[in-house]
Design a protein around this ligand. Structure first.
Ligand code: MN3
Length: 200
C-alpha cells in the first residue's frame, strides 16, 4: 500500500487571514504531496513499502544510504502533525491538562510562549519548533530540516513549521510575525491535550 496525502483537517481558506488558502494550496497540495510522492518512489518494491510511516522513519533514521527515505518520510509525518497543530479560531492560552502541565513545567504560559517563539525564530534555515513530552516533562525543542522528536525518544505534542515555504507567501521574511500569529490565532490546544493524554 502506497502512502497517501491525508486531507487537511479543515477547509483551505479556514485559517485565513492568518494563513491564506494560497499558502495551503502550495504547502499541502504541492510540498506535502511531493514528500508523499517521493517517499512512495523511494520505497517501491522494498520491504519498507509494507511498513507503517513511523517504522519507515525509525528504520531510515541515521542510515546514510536511506537519507532520502528518512527526509521524505519524516516530512510526510511532520506536515500531517503540523496541519493538526492548527485550528480555525485556535490560539491563545490553553485549557485543561496541557494548561496545568505548562504551568508546572515552564512556570507560566508566558514563559512557555517565550521559549517557543525563541525556538522558532532561532532555528537557522529550515526546520521545526516543537512542544514535546520528554521523560514525563514538557520541553520546547527545535529540529533542522526533517528531523523530529520520534527518533529522540520524545513524544510530540505540537509543532510549527518554520521552513520559509510555511509563511513566505503571507509574511515574506517576517518569521517572527508568523510565529506570533501561530501562537495567538492558530495553535490547536485540543490536539495537544489529546496527544498529552495518549502519552500518559
Ligand atoms: Mn513545510
Amino acid at each position: 500500500m502506497a502512502f497517501e496525502l491525508p486531507p487537511l483537517p479543515y477547509a483551505r481558506d479556514a485559517l485565513a487571514p492568518h494563513i491564506s488558502a494560497n499558502t495551503l494550496d502550495f504547502h499541502h497540495g504541492k510540498h506535502h504531496q511531493a514528500y508523499v510522492t517521493n517517499l512512495n518512489k523511494l520505497i517501491e518494491g522494498s520491504p519498507l513499502a509494507s511498513k507503517s510511516l513511523e517504522d519507515v522513519i525509525r528504520e531510515a533514521a541515521g542510515a546514510p544510504d536511506k537519507a532520502g527515505i528518512f527526509n521524505n518520510a519524516a516530512q510526510v509525518w511532520n506536515h500531517t502533525f503540523y496541519w493538526n497543530s492548527m485550528a480555525p479560531n485556535g490560539g491563545g492560552a490553553p485549557k485543561g491538562a496541557i494548561a496545568d502541565k505548562i504551568n508546572e513545567d515552564f512556570g507560566s504560559f508566558d514563559k512557555f510562549a517565550e521559549e517557543f517563539k525563541t525556538a522558532g525564530s532561532t532555528q537557522f534555515g529550515s526546520g521545526w519548533a516543537w512542544l514535546v513530552l520528554d521523560g514525563g516533562k514538557l520541553k520546547v525543542t527545535k529540529t533542522p530540516n526533517a528531523e523530529l522528536p520520534l527518533t529522540k525518544g520524545q513524544t510530540a505534542l505540537l509543532t510549527m513549521d518554520v521552513w520559509e515555504h510555511a509563511y513566505y507567501l503571507d509574511y515574506q521574511n517576517r518569521r517572527p510575525d508568523y510565529i506570533g500569529t501561530f501562537l495567538g490565532k492558530l495553535v490547536n490546544w485540543d490536539f495537544a491535550n489529546k496527544n498529552l493524554k495518549a502519552a500518559r
